[in-house]
Design a protein around this ligand. Structure first.
Ligand code: UDP
Length: 332
C-alpha cells in the first residue's frame, strides 16, 4: 500500500514508518519537524510541511494516490494544553479537520488516528472499555475526543470512508535496534524523566502525589511497549484494507504499575539509585488508568509480545544513553 504518515518524524510515528518500510509499504511522511527529526525517518520520503498549510496538504494528497493516511502529528503535553488551549485546538483539532478534508478531496478512504486514554478523563473505575464515556479533563484530551467525534460523523456521512481510532495508554520503550526512540529534550513522561535522572541529566525525580487511593499511594498506569502499539496499527491497517468498518480500540495491556513500582524498576534496570522526591499531586492525574484491551485482542487478533515492564525500560534505557550522547554538551 501507499501510505501518508503525518508526524512520521516523531516518537511513535517514526517507529510506524520503520515498520511500514519493513512490511514493504511505500511511505510518505508529512511532518513540520516541530518536535520530530529528519534522521528518525527510516523509510520513504519526507515532506516537510505543516498541516495548517492546506494548499500543500492538498497537493501532496491529490498527487499521491494514497491507500491510507495515518495521522500521528499532534501536540501532547497536557499541562501546556491547559495553559495554551487554543494552540491545542488548532493543531490537534483544526489541523486534523484540514487533513480529513484533504483526504476527502483526494479520495483517500482509510484513516488511522492516534487517540489517547486522556479522552476518558478521571474514570470512575480504573479500567476503561471503549464504551466508557468521553470525559476529558484537559484541552489535550478534549482536542483528541473532538477529532474522534468528527471522524465518526464523517464516516457515517460518507459510507466508504472508514477509520480506526487507537486510544493509546502509556506508550514507552524504543526500537530494539536502538535506531530511534523518544527524542524530545522537553519530555515529561515518567520513564524518560526517570532515565534522565539516572543519567544525571536531572538532579532528582519528583513523584507527583503519594496520597492516592492505591496500594502504595501513587498513580497506576498501563505501560505499553511501542512495538506492541505499532503492531496494533498494522492490524488496524489490515482491517481497513480488508474492507473493515470504522472501529475504536484501546491500546494497553490491561494491567498497570504504580509510579513507585516504575521508579524501582528503573533503578534496577539502570543500576543507579538516583534521588527521588515526593511532591504534591500534579493537576489532572487520574489515580488509576488501565485499558480494557479485549476488543483489540478479539477483533484484530492483537497479541502483545513485550508485556514486561523490565523490557520496556531496558529498550528505553539503551536509547536514552545513545540519545543523550548524541546531544553532547547540549544534553539536558
Ligand atoms: N509522574 C511523576 N513524576 C514525573 C512524571 C510523571 O510522578 O516526573 C507520574 C504522573 O503524575 C502520573 C504517572 O507518573 O501519575 C504517569 O505520568 P506520565 O506523564 O508519564 O503519563 P500520563 O499518564 O500523564 O499520560
Amino acid at each position: 500500500m501507499k501510505i501518508l504518515v503525518t508526524g512520521g518524524a516523531g516518537y511513535i510515528g517514526s517507529h510506524m514508518v520503520a515498520r511500514l518500510g519493513e512490511l514493504g509499504h511505500e511511505v510518505v511522511v508529512y511532518d513540520n519537524l516541530s518536535s520530530g527529526h529528519e534522521w528518525a525517518v527510516l523509510s520513504g520520503r519526507l515532506v516537510v510541511g505543516d498541516l495548517a498549510d492546506r494548499p500543500l496538504l492538498k497537493t501532496v494528497l491529490s498527487a499521491g494516490n494514497f491507500d491510507a493516511v495515518m495521522h500521528f502529528a499532534a501536540f501532547i503535553v497536557v499541562d501546556e494544553s491547559v495553559r495554551e488551549p487554543l494552540k491545542y485546538y488548532r493543531n490537534n483539532f483544526a489541523n486534523a479537520l484540514n487533513l480529513v478534508e484533504a483526504c476527502h478531496e483526494a479520495g483517500v478512504k482509510k484513516f488511522i488516528f492516534s487517540s489517547t486514554a486522556a479522552v476518558y478523563g478521571m474514570p470512575e473505575s480504573g479500567q476503561v472499555t471503549e464504551n466508557s464515556p468521553f470525559a476529558a479533563i484537559n484541552p489535550y484530551g478534549e482536542s483528541k475526543a473532538m477529532v474522534e467525534k468528527m471522524l465518526k460523523d464523517f464516516s457515517s456521512a460518507v459510507s466508504d470512508f472508514n477509520y480506526v481510532s487507537l486510544r493509546y495508554f502509556n506508550v514507552a520503550g524504543a526500537d530494539e535496534q536502538v535506531r530511534i526512540g523518544q527524542a524530545r529534550r522537553d519530555a515529561t513522561h515518567l520513564i524518560t524523566v526517570s532515565l534522565r535522572t539516572a543519567l544525571g541529566k536531572r538532579q532528582e525525580l519528583n513523584i507527583f502525589g503519594t496520597d492516592y487511593d492505591t496500594d502504595d499511594g501513587t498513580c497506576i498506569r498501563d505501560y505499553i511497549h511501542i512495538q506492541d502499539l505499532i503492531e496494533a496499527h498494522v492490524r488496524a491497517l489490515d482491517h481497513l484494507a480488508d474492507g473493515g468498518d470504522s472501529r475504536v480500540f484501546n491500546c494497553g495491556y490491561g494491567h498497570g504499575y504504580s509510579v513507585k513500582e516504575v521508579v524501582a524498576k528503573v533503578k534496577k534496570v539502570t543500576g543507579v539509585d538516583f534521588p527521588v522526591v515526593e511532591t504534591d499531586r500534579r493537576a489532572g492525574d487520574p489515580p488509576v488508568l488501565i485499558a480494557d484491551s479485549s476488543r483489540l485482542r478479539s477483533e484484530l487478533g492483537w497479541e502483545p509480545k513485550h508485556d514486561d515492564l523490565g523490557f520496556i525500560i531496558k529498550t528505553a534505557w539503551k536509547w536514552e544513553k545513545k540519545y543523550q550522547k548524541s546531544l553532547g554538551d547540549n544534553a539536558e
